[in-house]
Design a protein around this ligand. Structure first.
Ligand code: PBG
Length: 342
């Protein structure tokens, strides 16, 4: 038996690698990949992270070296996280110009600022002795409005250090407007604010807590979003846009593709995704166990973000994938394994 003449055959467009490449709806480019990096005060050697094979806490020297490698691979930007030796109740090291994050920002801005975009995580959790993203009130809760003063001070310190994009990841109400006002008043009118617009209270941040030596006991459910709520992401989007966010973010990535797709549809500014530590770990550990093909799984996860509407992606694989994309672009053609080509 055969199909009737004129049968619609979607397989036709899948028949050769070149044809598949031609009809790909989305593809990856190194400039859309952003590398998150950790720098830790007091280290003499980079310290590999058990929960994130291939990722390390850096010294200033090794940070610069890894940053140069990423920039050579053509990544779009670098997002820095700093881990101070001394943490306290208010996270004093966060806005100290001599704090490790601000020193690292100055270094990278000076050495690489013309070739890439230097970004800073703007949040207190790496700096506080209690591990929360803000300062605490008498009752031990996170004090939203008192935290905003700390964020504004951090924003100025990071802008002065040379950060071009500030990633406001703390999920305090009003954080974008508050930091925007502080930056503008100090003359930093061109400093870009990227709001972590829809950031969920997620178990997928697990390995990151090791990466920043987090002191957190408990959870962040009074400020990060409930995983059950999709509509609320649009409310947060409306607020961040009204407050002047230049870029918005959805985080984590794969478990929230529906949220990403909705935000991407509604947003009038660029939309980014953060493929978080737990997503990274799942693929690395599953691949190490022989359960999945590592490179193919990485590529497929990144392509999923593009398909859902993400403009750029923060991923711990940024350098590796950018390097591979460069090699493929150079070697080019008839490569059925080309990223995004399937
Ligand atoms: C907060 C922050 C977190 C991550 C990025 N910024 C942790 C949290 O909210 O608990 C997680 C990133 C990752 O898991 O890769 N400053």
């Amino acid at each position: 038996m055969s199909l009737v003449p004129g049968t619609v055959r979607p397989r036709r467009l899948r028949s050769t690698p070149a044809l598949r490449r031609l009809v790909s709806e989305v593809r990856l480019h190194p400039s859309e990949l952003i590398l998150p990096m950790f720098v830790k005060e007091g280290l003499s050697e980079p310290l590999p992270l058990g929960g994130m094979p291939g990722v390390a806490q850096h010294t200033l020297d090794s940070l610069l070296e890894a940053a140069r490698e990423a920039v050579a691979a053509g990544v779009g930007g670098l997002m820095l996280f700093g881990i101070p030796e001394h943490k306290d109740e208010i996270g004093s090291q966060a806005d100290d110009p001599e704090g490790i994050l601000n020193r690292a920002l100055s270094l990278l801005a000076r050495e690489l600022g013309d070739d890439t975009v230097i970004m800073a995580d703007l949040c207190l959790d790496e700096f506080t002795s209690h591990g929360h993203c803000g300062v605490l009130d008498q009752a031990g809760g996170v004090d939203n409005d008192a935290t905003l003063d700390r964020y504004a001070s951090m924003a100025l310190a990071q802008a002065r250090a040379g950060a071009e994009v500030l990633g406001l990841s703390g999920m305090m109400d009003g954080q974008v407007a508050y930091c925007r006002e502080a930056l503008d008043a100090a003359g930093f009118t061109d400093t870009v604010i990227m709001g972590y617009t829809a950031k969920y209270a997620s178990a997928f941040y697990g390995p990151f807590r090791e990466a920043v030596d987090s002191e957190l006991k408990g959870d962040r459910k009074t400020y990060q979003q409930d995983p059950a709520n999709g509509r609320e992401a649009l409310r947060e989007l409306g607020l961040d846009l009204a407050e002047g966010a230049d870029i918005v973010m959805v985080k984590p990535g794969l478990p929230y593709l529906d949220v990403l797709a909705e935000v991407a549809q509604e947003s009038i500014v660029p939309v980014w995704t953060y493929q978080v530590s737990g997503e990274y770990a799942m693929i690395e550990f599953a691949a190490a166990a022989g359960a999945i093909d590592r490179e193919k799984a990485i590529d497929e996860s990144l392509i999923a973000f593009k398909r859902a509407g993400s403009d750029a992606i923060l991923t711990y694989w940024a350098t590796e994938v950018a390097q591979r994309l460069q090699t493929e672009a150079a070697g080019h053609l008839s490569n059925s394994n080309a990223v995004g080509g399937r």
